[in-house]
Ligand binder design. Structure first.
Ligand SMILES: [Cu+2]
Length: 163
């Protein structure tokens, strides 16, 4: 009986480890190959080594980002450091106005929805988070905090990527 229990425990452990493992030889990309990055209309996940500039954004319980607008040169990889100066959770999500509107609607319906993408960072009060993003498309984009009520209260800003 003990042996069976141990076997089950070991099998469960192996199964859960497998779900998160990155070293699976049959599925791993070639050594040195970058992880797959998904091109979005507002850019693509960046490599920290390519970031020549760090922009610091403050988030406050007044539902405001400071600064509220960013200017970036097309092709730039930027490290965005977001400091939560408030007493409640905030987040930053990059996107287009349409993608953020849609995402904000989802957040209202499913407030506890867990999500993690390279173009977002969730920051507990008093802490800082960061993301590295390559702005390889010119245009006007947005960033926002999509925690229910925050976006609706105006917690958003603009990103202008110049050609
Ligand atoms: Cu917020």
């Amino acid at each position: 009986m003990k042996t069976l229990q141990r076997f089950v425990a070991a099998a469960l452990l192996a199964a859960s480890a497998g779900a998160f493992a990155h070293g699976n030889e049959t599925h791993a990309p070639k050594a040195g190959a970058p992880a797959v990055k998904e091109q979005k209309p507002w850019g693509i996940a960046g490599d920290a080594d390519d970031a020549r500039r760090t922009i610091t954004l403050d988030m406050a319980d007044s539902m405001r980002f400071t600064p509220e607008s960013l200017r970036i040169q097309r092709g730039e990889t930027v490290r965005l450091r977001v400091a939560n100066k408030g007493q409640i959770m905030h987040e930053i999500v990059l996107g287009t106005q349409a993608s953020l509107d849609e995402h904000a609607q989802m957040m209202l319906k499913f407030p506890t929805m867990e999500h993690g993408e390279p173009y977002m960072a969730h920051v507990p009060p008093g802490q800082s988070g960061e993301l590295v993003w390559k702005f390889n498309r010119a245009g006007s984009f947005d960033f926002a905090c999509l925690i229910p009520g925050h976006y609706q209260a105006g917690m958003r800003g603009t990103i202008t990527v110049t050609p």
